[in-house]
Design a protein around this ligand. Sequence first.
Ligand SMILES: *Cc1c(COP(=O)(O)O)cnc(C)c1O
Ligand SMILES: [Zn+2]
Length: 426
Amino acid sequence: MSHADHDTRVRGLKCRLCGKLYPKQALNFCTDDFGPLEVDYDYEAVARSLDRATIERRPRTMWRYRELLPVDGEPTVGRHVGCTPLVKADRLAKAIGHTGPLYLKNDAVNHPTLSFKDRVVAVALSKAVELGFKTVGCASTGNLAGSVAANAAAAGLEAYILIPDNLEQGKVLGCTVYGAKVVAIHGNYDQVNRLCSQIAFRYGWGFVNVNLRPFYAEGSKTMGFEIAEDLGWVAPNQVVAPMAGGSLIGKLHKAFGELQKLGLIPKTHTRMFGAQATGCNPITNSVKTDALKVRPIRNPQTIAKSLAIGDPADGYFASLMLRDSGGWGEDVTDDEIVQGMTLLAETEGIFSETAGGVTLAVARKLIAQGKLDPTASTVLCITGNGLKTQEALLDHIPRPKVIDPKLEQFEALVGAAPAEFATVGA
Ligand SMILES: *Cc1c(COP(=O)(O)O)cnc(C)c1O
Ligand SMILES: [Zn+2]
């Protein structure tokens, strides 16, 4: 398809509160009511050029759904991102009492920085290039930092990365290595984010999750598109996904809706379940108390630092959507998060970060509560890699047994009580 077709597909930006239309630009809120802006598509134009066969013929990257992404020309950043494995998780299903088909969408192995953030960054930075930005940046709880730094480096963009000063070593190294200008802030994510808004507007830079946020957020839909395609062009009955700012969960839901609107999958009703840590649970708390508003958490305290956003930008919409879809929100303690991480590793051989432990532990809890139907098809979204959050496990995992290079010592060890090799998740 030609670039001209792309141009008419995306009409501009639209306020989610009042519906006011804006031209395509780096702006994330409505100037009338401060409502968040969202990309506005002409779905009839999309439907004319997109069918299953066209998508299936394309390379296995997230850009196979490009007509549903807000980039006008060819994508220039993150061209290899996406199409991560959808893993049938039978051993895990057995362990948590799920009798229906259970799948893991494994973005812990996303290219190039091992988290689902590579999807949103690919869209945001491709758009930043189209809009003419030379300097980009982000406010990050860790994974976004690494993804912006890596993708900006590959695209030759200058990057400023602002992070809270308490992040895990792997996440700090995982962004400084790319030559980005990394600034650690004394304060939590919400304070970092406020500073980024001031910087973006003063310097006119493209901050992916601030002024480029409407474009950025659309990248998350590709996770949902891939899930439906890999299930044989059908949406799952239930999805469990972690929530930080509350954007991903809403975009997964939107993805299934768009595929239905375009006739690419049959009408299905997917119940959406959001997962948080109890130490930072503004969205799940609002769901559980059936509140209309999301009350910010002033001082988040959890090992799931990637999800530690006390004042989530999309919390309000996420909270309503979870209930509207017939789903729910639940949160888990740090101990449950660790158990979730080790259970996932021991049953499916996937080392996820703390956020993966949150998702798994919440799924398990929701089954026990009778809220998640264990007979229905369910997808758990694994969004980040465990090698980046090793601190969370160090005190919980047995150290290797040390012996001399002698067969007798090995045999003494193997012959010893099985408790010698006991693991936490068992
Ligand atoms: C950013 C992030 C999420 C979810 O982010 P939203 O702000 O809710 O879109 C989930 N998991 C991981 C590992 C993340 O880094
Ligand atoms: Zn508005």
